[in-house]
Structures are given as structure tokens and as C-alpha cells.
Write a protein that binds this ligand. Structure first.
Ligand code: KG4
Ligand code: ZN
Length: 354
């Protein structure tokens, strides 16, 4: 860290500052207001409009519908965030928005809105990588005296769009393995569809799994080897075959056991490879983040396995695991403190952070 960054003048972060975080990379329109002080970062409001109902009928996110919904909802969501935080728009000091990765149309709505607003208020505006936002959501509680530096860590970013292991060394990112096909969140959602559950199915599967036997059926753990790659597309095919073989009545009768077994297969392989990656890279900290990191069984297994190896596990609180505006503001705050926040507002569908 020393010499690598030039942390900004400490007067900067000794002042109280209000940040607006805007997230619109996929199907959630989100705005949050954060109050930054030297020794704390407080979430004053974290509002979100979920477009799930718009996309439900199609069984997945329809990009054109998503950008239209962002356009309709971004102002009401911001108004709600300001009202909940009891803040006037003119009091906002800094704006951060998701610049990549994501659906182009969805990103552009948030980016244009953020930049227009910043211009009007004559304040700074910063484009943030969504995945970095997921990571920094895990450090919101650790703001005291933190200049943005993180311990050397391995992060598992696990969501509807990503499943990737990344070695993080203070704003330097090295990907060490990712999924070859579906993300783990997709495995939950697509398998849920086959099981006749709603969309997205992750939360419902984990709710049903609580009353089930995780070893009722051993669903396959693909690429169960020494690599750090994942593969989940075979899992949804295995679930489909299971339903075809046993029939819908049987599935209905044993839905909790099937959900618990499916969840176990996903949580098992994710936690095994993450802890192995930390061991191999001699890293003492793991950050588990992204929407699927809200899953209780994944957190449990990750906790058990990392404790056994003497590795420290850091997770965002469950409400901050899925997409939200607070995580975008959090990444910007820590970057600003470390002196590595640029006002690069280029919007890109793909990430080139690592
Ligand atoms: O991070 P996120 O909100 O959006 C993306 O960037 O993709 O993640 C959404 C994903 C969905 O696939 C959803 O089913 C999954 O996270 N998810 C869960 C849970 N909560 C959300 N999966 C399993 N268990 C959960 N509790
Ligand atoms: Zn996400």
C-alpha cells in the first residue's frame, strides 16, 4: 500500500459528506443516501424498485423492458430515498453510479441521470464497477480510519450474472477462475423454473430448503477437481431429468428435500473451491459477496470450511448482498479515501477491472 496510492488530504474525509449511490445495471432501480464521517459510513436510506413483475412472464430479464422501467422509476426511487433520509437534493455532495458491467440500456439510464443531476448540482460524479460495489458492501461496517485499503483477500462474487474467484490486492484484481457457463444464481433460478417455482427462485429455494434433507438426492458437483473453474449448466439439466424421471407429483411432495439437495450441491462446490483458492494463494481473508451470498447455507458452509483452515470470512449483511445503491456509493467512498477515484464516467456493458 505504502507509496502505491496517494490518499487524499485527511481534511477531506474528516468532514461529513452526503453521497448518492445509483444502481441500474440490470433489473433493479436503486438509489441510496450515505452519510460519510471519518469514523463511520451510515446508510440513511437504501431504496429499490424491483422489476421482477415486469420480467416474470418471460422467465428472465428482457433488456428493452428493463431500460424502460428504469426510465419510469428512477425519479420516484430517488425521491423516496431523499424522503427516507430526510435529505434535500441540494445537500448531496457526491454522486456515484454503476458504469459497468451490465445491460447497456439499463446502465445508460442510470449514467445519464447521474451525470445530468451532478451537472445541475455542480458536484462530482463517479462511474463505479458493479462488482467492486458488491465487494465494498462487505466493508461498510469497517469505515473507521479506513483509507480504502483492504487486507489481501480472495473474493467469491456470486450472483445472477457472475460466479468468479478474484484475488484482490488493494484495487488490483486478478481473476483466478470463473464459471464456464451459467452463474450460480442462474443455476438457482433456472432449476427453480424446472421445479415450478417463481422467478427469480433463489430466495424461494432457500426458504423451502430450510425444512428439507440436503442429502435426499446427490445432485452433481461439476468440475470437482483442483481447478478454480465452475460449471452449473449440467445441474439444471440434472434437475430436469430428475423431474422427468420422478414425475411432478413426487416433486411436489418432496419439494423441500429437493430444494435442500440442490442448494447443498451449489453451496458445497462454491465453498470448497473458494477455501481451496485462499489456501493455494496463502490468503487469510475471504469475502463472499453478490446476490447468492445472501444464501444461508452457502454462508454456513463457507464459515465452517474457512474456520477449519484459520481463514477469516467477511460477508456483507444479507440485505446488502443483492444489488443496491449503497454498495455503489461504498466503493466510491473507499476509492476516494485511497485517492484512486477517477471521474471516468465511460459506460461499458463489460467489465475490464480484472
Ligand atoms: O447480485 P444480484 O442481486 O444481481 C446480479 O448482479 O445478478 O443477484 C441476484 C441473484 C439471483 O439469481 C437470485 O436468485 C440470487 O441472486 N439470490 C439467491 C438468494 N438471494 C438472491 N440465491 C440463493 N439464495 C438466496 N437467499
Ligand atoms: Zn449484482
Amino acid at each position: 500500500m505504502a507509496g502505491k496510492f496517494s490518499p487524499i488530504d485527511s481534511d477531506w474525509w474528516k468532514m461529513t459528506r452526503l453521497w448518492l449511490g445509483i444502481e441500474s445495471s440490470c433489473d433493479d432501480t436503486a438509489c441510496a443516501i450515505l452519510e460519510e464521517r471519518e469514523d463511520s459510513i451510515k446508510i440513511l436510506s437504501n431504496c429499490l424498485y424491483s422489476q421482477i413483475d415486469e420480467h416474470k412472464a418471460w422467465g428472465g430479464v428482457v433488456p428493452e423492458l428493463a431500460s424502460r422501467a428504469h426510465l419510469e422509476k428512477i425519479i420516484p426511487v430517488l425521491e423516496q430515498a431523499l424522503e427516507n433520509a430526510k435529505v434535500n437534493i441540494k445537500e448531496i455532495n457526491q454522486i456515484a453510479f454503476t458504469a459497468c458491467p451490465g445491460l447497456m440500456g439499463s446502465l445508460l439510464v442510470g449514467a445519464n441521470f447521474a451525470q445530468g443531476l451532478a451537472k445541475d448540482l455542480n458536484i462530482e460524479c463517479h462511474g463505479i464497477n458493479h462488482l467492486e460495489g458488491h465487494i465494498y458492501a462487505a466493508f461498510l461496517h469497517a469505515a473507521k480510519g479506513n483509507h480504502g485499503e483492504l487486507p489481501l483477500l480472495i473474493t467469491l462474487i456470486v450472483s445472477g450474472g457472475h460466479t468468479e474467484l478474484v484475488l484482490v490486492n488493494n484495487f488490483e484484481y486478478v481473476s483466478i477462475g470463473k464459471t464456464r457457463d451459467d452463474a450460480a444464481g442462474e443455476a438457482f433460478d433456472k432449476s427453480g423454473k424446472v421445479l415450478g417455482l417463481g422467478y427469480p427462485a433463489g430466495v424461494e429455494i432457500s426458504r423451502l430448503a430450510k425444512n428439507g434433507n440436503p442429502h435426499f438426492f446427490e445432485f452433481p458437483r461439476a468440475l470437482n477437481d483442483n481447478s478454480f473453474e465452475f460449471s452449473f449448466s449440467g445441474l439444471k439439466t440434472a434437475v430436469l431429468r430428475y423431474v422427468q424421471t420422478n414425475g411432478e407429483e413426487f416433486v411436489k411432495e418432496h419439494i423441500s428435500d429437493i430444494c435442500a439437495s440442490l442448494q447443498e450441491a451449489i453451496a458445497d462446490i462454491l465453498s470448497l473451491k473458494t477455501v481451496n483458492a485462499a489456501k493455494k494463494n496463502k490468503v487469510e481473508n475471504i469475502v463472499l459477496c453478490g446476490g447468492v451470498s445472501a444464501n444461508y447455507r452457502l454462508r454456513e458452509l463457507m464459515n465452517e470450511r474457512s474456520q477449519k483452515e484459520g481463514i477469516n470470512l467477511i460477508c456483507p449483511e444479507p440485505s446488502l448482498c443483492t444489488d443496491n445503491g449503497a454498495m455503489i456509493a461504498a466503493a466510491a467512498i473507499f476509492r476516494k479515501r485511497a485517492g484512486v477515484l477517477t471521474q471516468n464516467n465511460e459506460v461499458k456493458a463489460w467489465s475490464n477491472l480484472w
